[in-house]
Design a protein around this ligand. Structure first.
Ligand code: MG
Length: 460
């Protein structure tokens, strides 16, 4: 049927995002929660409502709880925990769905909502559209005084998550290696889980920016190789085996080796894929079109298939489920381990890396430098949301040569090992540019040429 009305989109790449009091008013959040609860109501199970460390998270969590209860659906309130802990809790503690109040890695003024299905994975794009229709048509349930939902506290999320992760790795092998790990928590939600998980597996743990704080006073909620100098320094001065940094809600992780060298997620992710494909023969491995071709090379070595998706954690998770894939990864530090839960998970990734290094018996730097080397550059250019499609159209018209992949944005293969990807961000007013090649000079030349075209198209 093509008569469906299309509504203003409320969900971005990863749920709903905005600034509380401005876009995320209490009225909006409550009615949205009512709409989400209406979507889940048929299961007759409780909804888990979790939160991250942001200053506005407690008030928004109350608004979400009010909305769910007002729709006549039961809800349980969970305390601060990483997004993957709430996701694992939603799946394993018997919930009909989940709502997490979080804005992941966005700056501290932002907040948002991630909506989870009963499997703990963020709901599909079609389900998002269904909820948007319920919201816009005001078709959400309004329970009367005797049928409002009931609520209580869910206190098992953290312990359930830690024991779930430990059941997926060889804890005694990790403990025997007696690793020292420096963790840059970034004042985020992994503060309540990752250090305790690693201590329980026999690691010596040192934390940087270890206090949960909604102002993110340390290095901010988004880890990038450029803002992890404190982590690098701490790893060197404590002679640690490696360092790890998490984003605000703890689903992404970036690592540095024992020399303090920081790697993007596709390089450490490929190291893990190399290790885990021995356990999960044939894969497949799911990743996004912005990820390094290194993943393809590692998978080929193991005769495993790679499925390339649009950029977005939900896209990777859903493709993993549809293809029964045990492994998924993103270049930004998202790694997904299906046997635990097919969502990106910073603490699960840390445990897998500990397992890989303990099994190999080699240092992090030796393990990672054994992988083929590719040169990369990533950048973002400000572009108003309403201008994005015109900019992309112009770039497409100007670039018709080479092998073009339109899975997400415009990916152009310049030669067999050189590509450039131009794509509008799904969450921010930005055009992102990614370049990769096995040849540094060619990578730089390709990047320079295309960043000029992007700037020109945006008109800055
Ligand atoms: Mg995140």
């Amino acid at each position: 049927m093509s008569t469906q009305t299309s509504y203003r989109k409320l969900f971005g790449t990863n749920g709903i995002r905005g600034i509380p009091g401005k876009d995320l008013t209490l009225e909006f959040v409550t009615e949205m929660a009512q709409s989400i609860a209406t979507y889940f109501a048929s299961s007759e199970k409780s909804i888990l409502v979790g939160k991250d460390v942001r200053n506005s998270s407690p008030v928004l969590q109350k608004a979400v709880l009010s909305g769910v209860l007002a729709a006549g659906v039961n809800a349980e309130e969970a305390d601060i925990a990483p997004t993957p802990a709430h996701q694992f809790g939603t799946r394993t503690l018997g919930y009909g769905g989940g709502i997490i109040v979080t804005a992941s890695h966005n700056p501290s003024q932002y907040n948002g909502m991630k909506v989870l299905g009963p499997d703990g994975v963020e709901i599909s794009r079609d389900s998002e559209k269904e909820i948007e229709a319920i919201y816009h048509e005001k078709k959400y349930r309004k329970a009367d005084w005797k049928s409002v939902g009931r609520s209580g506290k869910e206190t098992r999320v953290v312990e359930n998550y830690i024991t779930g992760i430990m059941s997926q790795v060889d804890v005694s092998k990790i403990a025997d290696a007696k690793p020292t790990v420096v963790m840059d928590i970034g004042n985020g939600a992994q503060a309540v889980t990752a250090p305790y998980l690693c201590e329980r597996m026999g690691c010596k743990v040192i934390t940087v920016n270890g206090q949960p704080d909604g102002n993110f006073p340390g290095r901010g909620p988004e880890p990038t190789p450029a803002n992890l100098k404190d982590l690098s320094e701490a790893v060197k001065s404590y002679h640690a085996d490696f360092g790890v940094a998490y984003d605000g809600d703890g689903d992404r992780s970036l690592f540095c080796d024992e020399n303090g060298e920081i790697y993007w997620g596709d390089r450490t992710g490929s190291l893990l894929v190399d290790f885990l494909l021995e356990r999960h023969k044939g894969g497949p491995v799911v990743t996004t079109v912005s990820t390094s071709q290194l993943v393809g090379i590692i998978a080929k070595k193991h005769d495993a298939l790679v499925i390339w998706t649009t950029v977005g954690a939900v896209d990777v998770s859903r493709a993993m489920i549809n293809n029964r894939a045990p492994l998924g990864l993103e270049e930004n530090g998202g790694f997904f381990y299906g046997p635990h839960i097919p969502v990106r998970d910073g603490a699960m990734t840390t445990a897998l890396l500990l397992n890989a290094l303990a099994s190999r018996g080699l240092s992090f730097s030796k393990t990672i430098t054994s992988l083929p080397l590719f040169y990369q550059k990533k950048a973002k250019f400000e572009c108003p949301n309403d201008k994005k499609s015109a900019v992309m159209k112009e770039l497409e018209l100007k670039n018709t040569e080479g092998k073009i992949d339109r899975t997400d944005g415009l990916k152009i293969w310049i030669d067999d090992h050189t590509w450039i990807l131009l794509r509008p961000s799904g969450t921010e007013p930005l055009i992102r540019v990614y370049a990769e090649s096995d040849n540094e000079e060619r990578m730089n030349a390709t990047y320079d040429r295309f960043q000029a075209l992007v700037k020109d198209a945006i008109g800055t």
